[in-house]
Design a protein around this ligand. Structure first.
Ligand SMILES: *Cc1c(COP(=O)(O)O)cnc(C)c1O
Length: 432
């Protein structure tokens, strides 16, 4: 479910007409629906209710303080990957004791910070990292809670850049080596083996890869949990969302419609996995990012020019790959709709940004309503891995972000001032 739909011919976020927000705040503009974030969190929380569970929102998907606060208020924990993210959790009012810390390259400084803040667990990606965490904990006179990230070598069948659970990538410790690693880790005095973790990839739209990975892990988890008094098994994130028919999937009853058959709903996820996990008697952690926020945000852009060449219809907009890099980076599809509904024939169009890269496009040869200068387009499902991946490439300011709840809206990050982009830069002393 999400809260973006036409009311009359105007696209709304919840009860707010988005063209009003554009008038007030300009473009490019990210707009988030708080109710959608809450609904997705609650749907998953409810589906996992038969288990002792903790949802740790993978905040790398969207770490705006207002989004984080929404989730902290829902009771969510957080999956963090840097000291900066952990600091953001605390700034947003989240609880570090409900945070896990993942990532292959944690530094001494980050480990120390996380230990001082009392995080729930480190998700450890290598043996040298275990040794390092033990060492830092010893220096601080602390016991570090750890879980080893297991690479179950299961192909998630998703895009190469977001597959993480096979031996071709840098993540986790190979399944066959895990028992040995736990045996050695148990001898490190400043570690507490608190759990075990896996994450096989992102944007999974079927439950099968999760099921295969969990089934493969079960005997290992059972064996290790008997040896070392474990508390949790984290099954990672990766639940996919709808990109292709995003607009059609608005509304509270959407989960019951036919289109829902093609997507991994929380109910389907839980129906398969809960019966497998329940007998373990462990606390189950999940780390969804995209599922919680992906459909909860859109990026609004203004049409600057329409350029027709012999072959193509280029719609040149004021958002670019520096605002939303997913199409350039992952070949991803974002549904594109006009803010004001248009009739008439569709025109095969390339929607492109102004950045000097041929990769700077949002779609190619896609049938779109005919638009002209001054019209606005919404790139749907831009709530995850959107603003967080934005950059100042081409000295373009970061977009503004707005949060909507019911008929209320608020700027939750103002548009970046252009001068602030280079404010920290200066000539070298010999250039004065
Ligand atoms: C990125 C990531 C997630 C979240 O992935 P989504 O596909 O956004 O749910 C969860 N866990 C780990 C370890 C990750 O790297």
């Amino acid at each position: 479910m999400h809260e973006f739909r036409y009311v009359g011919n105007r696209l709304h976020c919840e009860r707010v007409a988005i063209d009003k927000l554009v008038q007030q705040h300009g473009t490019p503009l990210y707009v988030y629906s708080q109710s959608t974030v809450e609904d997705h969190y609650q749907k998953l929380d409810h589906a996992l209710a038969p288990l002792d569970h903790l949802i740790c929102f993978a905040m790398k998907a969207n770490s705006n303080q207002a989004v984080m606060r929404t989730l902290a208020d829902c009771g969510s924990g957080f999956d963090t990957v840097s000291e900066g993210e952990l600091r953001r959790v605390i700034a947003a009012g989240g609880d570090p004791r409900q945070c896990v810390f993942a990532g292959v390259g944690k530094t001494d400084h980050e480990i120390e910070y996380a230990l001082r803040k009392g995080i729930y667990s480190f998700n450890v990606e290598s043996e040298p990292e275990l040794v390092r965490i033990n060492h830092v904990a010893a220096r601080l006179g602390k016991i570090a809670p750890v879980a080893v990230r297991v690479n179950p070598n299961v192909d998630a069948g998703t895009h190469a850049k977001i597959t993480t659970g096979t031996y071709d990538n840098k993540f986790g410790i190979a399944f066959e080596q895990v028992a040995g690693v736990y045996a050695r880790a148990a001898k490190l005095k400043h570690l507490r083996l608190r759990g075990i973790q896996m994450h096989i990839g992102s944007q999974l739209t079927a439950v099968k890869p999760f099921e295969l990975a969990v089934r493969k892990m079960l005997p290992l988890v059972t064996r290790l949990a008997a040896k070392h008094p474990f508390e949790f098994f984290s099954i990672g994130g990766g639940l996919g969302i709808i990109y292709k028919t995003a607009l059609a999937s608005a509304g509270p009853d959407w989960w019951q419609t036919a289109a829902a058959r093609d997507i991994l709903t929380p109910a389907k996820y839980a129906d398969t996995l809960v019966p497998l996990l329940k007998p373990l008697g462990l606390r189950i952690l999940v780390e969804p990012g995209r599922f919680i926020v992906g459909n909860a945000g859109v990026l609004i852009t203004r049409v600057e020019y329409v350029k027709r060449t012999g072959k193509k219809n280029f719609v040149i907009v004021d958002a670019a790959m520096n605002d939303l890099i997913r199409p350039a980076f992952y070949d991803s599809f974002h549904e594109i709709v006009p803010l004001r509904k248009k009739g008439g024939a569709l025109v095969a169009s390339d929607v492109v940004g102004p950045v000097c890269e041929s990769g700077d496009y949002f779609c190619k040869d896609r049938p779109l309503p005919k638009v002209g200068e001054g019209d606005h387009l919404a790139l749907l499902s831009a709530g995850a891995y959107g603003f967080v991946m934005a950059s100042n490439y081409n000295t373009r300011a970061l977009a503004a972000e707005v949060l909507v709840k019911g008929n209320k809206s608020a700027v939750v990050r103002p548009r970046q001032a252009i001068e602030s982009i280079w404010a920290g830069e200066r000539p070298a002393p010999w250039q004065q």
